[in-house]
Design a protein. Structure first.
Length: 91
């Protein structure tokens, strides 16, 4: 299974998001640290979930990073997170 699919599945199961978009941006990082042939190293996540209500930006990032700790330890070099609660602007 592709890493982008694993990330999407885990986020969906854990946070029941209203919206979720996971982008593999590995192609944009060729020649940079952490890039490997075949990609699957650099990702950007846009997620809107009730689970983030009342949480700070840091708390939200910690929640996502904790959930994806295995992927981060096993080849994901970079993960940009845009996490919001429903009704918050920007997503």
């Amino acid at each position: 299974m592709r890493t982008v699919d694993v990330i999407s599945e885990k986020l969906t199961e854990a946070f029941a998001p209203h919206s979720l978009k996971v982008e593999d941006e590995s192609h944009r990082h060729e020649g940079h640290a952490g890039h490997r042939p075949g990609g699957q190293t650099h990702f950007r996540v846009y997620i809107v979930s009730d689970a983030f209500k009342g949480k700070s930006r840091i708390e939200r990032h910690r929640m996502v990073n904790a959930l994806l700790a295995g992927e981060l330890a096993d080849g994901v070099h970079a993960l940009a997170i845009h996490a919001a609660a429903p009704g918050e602007g920007g997503m």
